[in-house]
Design a protein around this ligand. Sequence first.
Ligand code: MTE
Ligand code: MO
Length: 320
Amino acid sequence: MTVIRQRPWALPDSAATDESVYRSRRTILKALGFGPLITAAGGVPALAAAAPDPTGDLYPPTRNLRYRLDRPLTEEKYAVTYNNFYEFGSHKGISDTAQAMKLRPWEIKIDGLVEKEMTIGFDELIRKMPLEERVYRHRCVEAWSMAVPWSGFALKALVDFAKPLGAAKYLQMETLVDKETMPGLSASWYPWPYTEGLTIAEATNELAFIATGLYGKPIPKQNGAALRLAVPWKYGFKSIKSIVRFHFTEQRPISFWETILANEYGFWANVNPEVDHARWSQATERVLGTNDRVPTLLYNGYGEFVADLYKDMKGEKLFM
Ligand SMILES: Nc1nc2c(c(=O)[nH]1)N[C@H]1C(S)=C(S)[C@@H](COP(=O)(O)O)O[C@H]1N2
Ligand SMILES: [Mo]
């Protein structure tokens, strides 16, 4: 995001052809004998990568019809091949590289101002949470957008489970750091780990969602497996991926992008078409996978759920 190599709304041709590239690659691998490996003993895939997802039985959960879209869903092939995930590279085509990320074990630390600090495995945590599917819009600060079905649970359920103390005012979240599998981490000028933060009031707002699935299946690595945030009224960079830590604190955290460029990427980062980014307009957005450019909406169209959170915050830079 700091270095804009092209107009941010220009969908590179590669994104449109990725799926056919994958397909032909798979065909080639199969021809070379790397197809689904079946053991002589009968049917157990020999490749670790082919092991069944231990949470696969949870998908798809029932869709919650309270959240509705004003546009068609983005085609899955675009949402899973046009990504921002700087740990794997500072460009959109990281979906292949991200497959190296190891998802098990996936330990999550819950610490800071909570009744009892703990570390819990993802597979244990998810089975304690009320899973549902929600269709949400997503608006990247770079002015592209998508609309996708996430599976997961309300962040409020996790906050309740964590039992924060009264003194906790903010929830800071942190992404996995694994130098072995994340080539983007060698860009040492970035303040890794990727972190993001919300106020407790935002984190317990009904819209704040932890996504563990996408399109009715466990969420792909490039979209933030094992679990990522979805806060659709804020610019996309707030929706931190591949979370390994939930830290409750009294102090407002300074997140990854705010550390790099505070005047362009602030703490609140609520979507507002009338407040330009320092380097471009936010008035409209390019709908991923189409040639459509549509008006951007205040709070990305979610004002009825979230506007009240901000009504008494006159002095804050709520929209950048
Ligand atoms: N850890 C981490 N989380 C991240 C990012 C990132 O680079 N690293 N990029 C953010 C940005 S800018 C956007 S727009 C969304 C993109 O999510 P998607 O690739 O699933 O569309 O992830 C957000 N979460
Ligand atoms: Mo973004």
